[in-house]
Design a binder for this molecule. Structure first.
Ligand SMILES: [Zn+2]
Length: 754
């Protein structure tokens, strides 16, 4: 029998699975997911490793697993399913995947325990180190003796075992309990006694913050109060278990909206009164079976807002949040807490998905369309896709909540792959005004805010109501548009808007090789009004200040506002009545806040050079509509565009967009894979891309490119892109996509590079 192991993650350059023979004595109990010690390198240094697989035979195994550390696996099958999904890409470092999946602390903490059988054989210098059970737990200061001890082990005098240490992991806090309230000398001591009488046992830290150290110490010395240790728990929420909050409505358990007995994906439309009730019914259904719920939110600050929104309805359920910023130690504590605790609802963002949660009955994904569920830095993954994988493995339902369904969810509902729980929901009609910016321009008005919108803002402010104004995210690649007729130059092959490079005045495609020179004169209307489209949030802020000098303005974009501040704004009634922002400001925790929402340039969404541009625009306009209590104003150069026209007619929008996607062979009708090649030599990188394209084409795949990236170079490496459209991928394809010494290759199952 052979154990395939992954070595200690501290050594990142090692990215291979190694094979080791298993000693006959270990065969019975060694399992996948256990930690072992293996000899490594020419000097056979013992290293900790993780058993990834157990197989019958191997040609490469030469040495034996020295020792099995764990009694039971530290992970289960779910871990390996996620592991396989994340390591499908041949260029992903296994160490990165391990770091994502398992807190580092699992690797770090073990200690040596020396076991003697007869102390008379032990050298005098060591005898006093052994305890009554003839064990010596090696501390850091003892490590210098390890070499001698290994000699003793070889002579059969001692055995050395490695135990996974709990010493470094558990953290204790000192708490104080009251023993004899009558013992006291002065007023300040009386106050401490009274505190303990009122609040019960209190942590020493808390007492020290309010009372003098000497008074506390006096009481301890005279046994009026007593110290005791408790295991430290990380309860950010400070939720009082005894506190009873009245439940608004008693939800009948007769209502069973979903089938808990099998894996099925459900979709429901969030942020409406009907859907909140539906969600509560689903949660009650899961909780009544004694199962846990994992709620995955896209943004860190939404953990708090989601918890606050739910706690009214689930006052007796306990909450754990799993923010991704937790240190390894904290994460470890969380692991234990979730496993042992009674807490039933767990809220976290994508990283929490990798925590193994026992008795999980449902994964509920908030804002399932939000791209923040994907990671774009470091190891790429889409947490929504991994959640589906997890749900299938655990055989539990998944709920995708979004205020408007994505095109692919809609298609899945049509195909019967997803069950629509909001089928009967009818949205309330809202007042929408579309302002034609071409007309504004023709009438000589060239400001960012149309006269109509300016008037509406004034009315809202006069009525002491709040206003939200949205401009697009600035990270998209720039493109150009005719301000007179809204014409946008497009790639003839893909129909996607061309990128604009200001430096050399060229227009080019990020998917194909097409490029053309930029011209100011419009080929459609003949006017010299083609200009590039950027963001200009700073410009807007300046302009609003001129228009409304007495108003203070809150700016919401990735740079200007921390999650914490945003959360505070949402929760408190703050003084700013005008909020301007990118689409980050559309995160839907903001309900019942804004009377008026203004979209300054819908074209910034509609015409970005992305195949999802229409869908993204539609989802964002729908969100804006949802956020506007009273009135949504959309400024656009293209008022007849179907995305804007169909804002109140969802079915029409989906049908038109789906037929576009079908014609262009894009998702959900084809899957996409984007390949980025990075190399020092432009020619070699380009040629390598071309070779890959040829081989993939031979395999029957449709490949676009090679095309150069918007950013020609990254860290002195040229970037060349390929885009693959496919229905089924053969795993052997991945072998073509392995990096070599000259060309580094990255792949993602979506289009994220431009
Ligand atoms: Zn034009």
């Amino acid at each position: 029998m052979i154990a395939q192991v992954i070595l200690d993650i501290a050594h990142e350059q090692i990215n291979t699975v190694y094979d080791y023979f298993i000693k006959p004595v270990d065969i019975q109990h060694i399992k996948k997911g256990m930690r072992v010690m293996v000899p490594f390198g020419t000097s056979d240094t013992l290293r900790m490793a993780f058993v990834y697989n157990i197989i019958e035979t191997s040609d490469s195994a030469k040495k034996y697993v020295e020792e099995v550390i764990d009694i039971k696996p530290i992970v289960d099958d779910e871990f390996f399913i996620l592991f396989d999904a994340l390591t499908q890409d041949p260029n992903v470092l296994i160490s990165d995947v391990m770091q994502t999946l398992l807190p580092k602390i699992f690797w770090m903490s073990y200690q040596h325990v020396v076991q003697a059988s007869d102390l008379s054989q032990i050298p005098d210098e060591f005898v006093h180190k052994f305890n009554k059970r003839l064990e010596w737990v090696i501390k850091d200061k003892d490590k210098s003796h390890l070499y001698k001890l290994k000699k003793l082990e070889q002579q059969g005098i001692v055995t050395i075992k490695r135990h996974v240490s709990k010493r470094n992991i558990q953290t204790y806090e000192t708490w104080i309990e009251l023993k004899e309230p009558e013992i006291r000398k002065n007023d300040s001591q009386l106050k401490i006694i009274q505190h303990l009488l009122t609040y019960g046992n209190t942590s020493k830290k808390e007492l020290l913050a309010q009372y003098s150290k000497s008074s506390i110490q006096w009481l301890i010395d005279h046994e009026a109060i007593k110290e005791f240790l408790v295991e430290k728990r990380i309860d950010h929420h400070k939720f009082n278990r005894n506190q009873q909050i009245k439940t608004g409505s008693n939800i009948s358990l007769d209502n069973q909206p979903i089938d808990l007995s099998k894996h099925q994906i459900y979709a429901l439309k969030g942020y409406r009164n009907e859907s909140i009730e539906l969600r509560n019914q689903i949660f009650n259904q899961v909780l009544s079976q004694g199962k846990k719920i994992f709620i995955m939110v896209p943004e860190r600050f939404m953990i708090e807002t989601t918890k606050d929104a739910l706690i009214k309805n689930f006052p007796n359920e306990l909450w754990i949040e799993l923010p991704s910023e937790l240190s390894d130690k904290e994460l470890y504590l969380r692991y234990n807490q979730i496993e042992e605790s009674q807490e039933k609802i767990i809220i976290g963002n994508k990283k929490a998905l990798f925590t193994q949660m026992h008795h999980l009955g449902l994964i509920y994904i908030v804002d399932a369309n939000d791209s923040t569920h994907q990671t774009f830095e470091g190891l790429y993954y889409d947490a929504v896709e991994l959640a589906k994988l997890k749900g299938r493995h655990l055989n539990i339902p998944i709920c995708l909540e979004a205020d408007t369904y994505s095109v692919s969810v809609y298609q899945d509902i049509l195909n019967g792959n997803v069950v629509d729980l909001s089928e009967d929901l009818i949205d309330d009609e809202k007042h929408i005004t579309i302002v034609d910016m071409k007309k504004e321009l023709m009438e000589g008005h060239t400001k960012m805010i149309s006269r109509y919108l300016e008037e509406e803002i004034k009315i809202s402010l006069l009525n002491h109501q709040k206003v939200l104004l949205i401009l697009n995210h600035k990270s998209y690649a720039p493109f150009v548009m005719c301000r007179t007729c809204s014409y946008v130059p497009k790639d003839p092959e893909t129909g996607i808007a061309l990128n604009y490079s200001e430096k050399n005045h060229m227009l080019y495609s990020h998917m194909t090789k097409h490029q053309e020179p930029f011209q100011k004169t419009c080929p459609v209307c003949g006017k010299p009004t083609i200009k590039s489209v950027g963001s200009g949030l700073e410009q807007l802020e300046k302009y609003i200040k001129e228009l409304f000098p007495l108003e203070s303005i809150l700016r919401v974009d990735q740079d200007s506002l921390s999650n914490r501040k945003l959360y505070q704004y949402i929760m408190n009634d703050s003084k700013e009545r005008i909020v301007i922002g990118t689409q980050m400001a559309l995160k839907t925790s903001w309900v019942n806040t804004f009377n008026l929402v203004g979209i300054l340039m819908a074209d910034q969404w509609l015409k970005v050079p992305r195949y999802q541009a229409y869908e993204d625009s539609y989802l964002m306009l729908k969100k804006s509509k949802q956020l506007a209590l009273n009135h949504l104003v959309i400024q656009t150069y293209d008022p007849l565009h179907f995305v804007i026209k169909d804002l109140n007619k969802e079915v029409d929008f989906y049908q038109e967009e789906l037929s576009n996607r079908k014609i262009s062979k894009l998702p959900p009708f084809r899957n996409l894979l984007q390949i980025k090649l990075l190399g020092m030599s432009y020619l070699k990188t380009y040629q390598h891309a071309f070779v890959i394209k040829e081989k993939l084409t031979e395999m029957g795949l449709q490949v676009l490119g090679p095309a150069q990236s918007v950013k020609l170079k990254e860290n002195q490496h040229y970037q060349v892109l390929l885009t693959v459209k496919y229905q089924h991928l053969e795993p052997r394809m991945y072998s073509l996509l392995k990096s070599n010494e000259q060309i580094k290759i990255k792949i993602v199952p979506d289009i994220i590079w431009y």
